[in-house]
Design a protein around this ligand. Structure first.
Ligand code: PLP
Length: 394
């Protein structure tokens, strides 16, 4: 069995491109160009130069000694939190802005939840002198006001979306609507490994630099390029796809996904798609999603806006249902506790999304000889208010 995408854009039974006819030409234009582009010398040298000198790659792989002592195993942290703009999202936006340039687009649209993808998109648009419009649920513009400010300072137009639950899925719907109205000059930069083919594969490939670096760095630090496990949190699945990419077909490397359980999977306030989801189509892709028996999308909930999405990328739906990946769900409270724990042990304040991945360490025991790589998808600056409002100091 293969765990990567097939020629038709499927991961097992998941994926594909289920798009309105009006978008067919746009999706097709990207599909026929992206594979060529990703092999082209000129494109790759531009992409790699920007990742190095603008984004700050390679990000360090850090052996977390005190965290390792606590959990009695060997834990390495892949420090995507140290990148420009504070999260892994910038890897993908750099790749897609270069693609948009090549396709002679002049206008960029994006959706954003926590605002990290919006900031990463506004950043590359400033860098490349492109017009930038970011759709954001009105609710998220309030809870992530700092990122709204950053996007505006970068020159982007932030449009608060007031339909539906006024969160990420509504922002995505609005972005798709915009693209249908402006198919000629506009490129839609999707921020995760979701959406119609070829987006999940394209985003995974732009993020795959994460696992490529892990291999080189582990080889240098331990003498072996493969870890026993890689752990990543999953919203739509882009940081996990990047951290897993070069290990997908290597069964000796265990893959562990961590979802947001919100207030608990048994409550009405959760975003644990693998537990609560079933097969359906969302935003152009056949995947697992949270829906009612008649196909209405169920409102997800998580304290972290970046994990608050009712679906999961098709690659991850396949990894989970095939048994290739283990999956855990961690609650808001478990994530906050894990963030404090990491901060006090290692002096690293993680993003709330990433804190869910750390919370998983409480739920599964590793052997003392295991090498465990945890992808630190982002930093916690944007979440300080949430942390301070929820921390009870002893
Ligand atoms: C957006 C975000 C996530 C979730 O998105 P994925 O596509 O699943 O990676 C996780 N961590 C951080 C820091 C984010 O900004």
């Amino acid at each position: 069995m293969s765990y990567n995408v097939d020629d038709k854009g499927f991961y097992g039974q998941f994926g594909g491109a289920f798009v309105p006819e009006m978008l067919y030409a746009n999706i097709e234009e990207i599909r026929v160009n992206y594979r060529e582009l990703l092999k082209e010398k000129n494109f790759l040298s531009q992409f790699n130069a920007l990742l190095k000198d603008y984004v700050g790659r390679p990000s360090p792989l850090y052996f977390a000694k005190r965290l390792s002592q606590k959990y009695q195993t060997k834990i390495y942290l892949k420090r995507e939190d140290l990148l420009h703009t504070g999260a892994h999202k910038i890897n993908n936006t750099i790749g897609q802005i270069l693609l948009a340039k090549r396709l002679n687009k002049t206008r960029i649209i994006a959706e954003t939840g926590a605002g990290q993808h919006g900031v990463a998109t506004a950043t590359v648009c400033a860098l490349m002198d492109m017009k930038c419009i970011v759709y954001m649920g009105e609710k998220d513009t309030i809870r992530q006001a700092l990122n709204v400010g950053r996007m505006r300072m970068l020159g982007a137009e932030v449009i608060p979306v007031t339909s539906g639950s006024r969160t990420l899925k509504d922002a995505t719907n609005e972005a798709i609507r915009d693209w249908i109205s402006n198919p000629k000059d506009t490129h839609y930069i999707i921020g995760s490994a979701v959406g119609p083919h070829p987006y999940p594969d394209m985003v995974a490939q732009f993020q795959s630099v994460i696992s490529k670096e892990i291999k080189t760095q582990l080889l240098q630090q331990t003498g072996s390029e493969n870890p026993d496990y890689v752990i990543a949190c999953v919203g739509g699945g882009s940081n996990a796809a990047g951290a897993f990419y070069h290990f997908l077909e290597d069964k000796n490397v265990g893959l562990i996904l961590v979802e947001a359980a919100g207030k608990g999977v048994e409550t009405d306030y959760s975003a644990a798609t693998s537990v609560l989801g079933s097969i359906g189509i969302i935003h152009g892709s056949k995947t697992l999603l949270m829906q009612t028996s008649d196909g209405q999308i169920i409102e997800p909930y998580s304290i972290s806006a970046g994990l608050d999405y009712p679906g999961i990328g098709p690659m991850h739906a396949h990894l989970i249902t095939s048994g290739r990946a283990e999956v855990f769900a961690c609650t808001d409270q478990e994530a906050i506790k894990a963030a404090i724990n990491l901060t006090r042990l290692e002096g690293i304040i993680p993003a709330l999304e990433t804190a869910h991945a750390f919370a998983m360490l409480e739920k599964r025991k590793f052997d003392s000889g295991d090498t465990v790589v945890l992808n630190v998808s982002g930093r916690g600056d944007k979440d300080i208010n949430t942390y301070l409002n929820n921390i009870q100091y002893e």
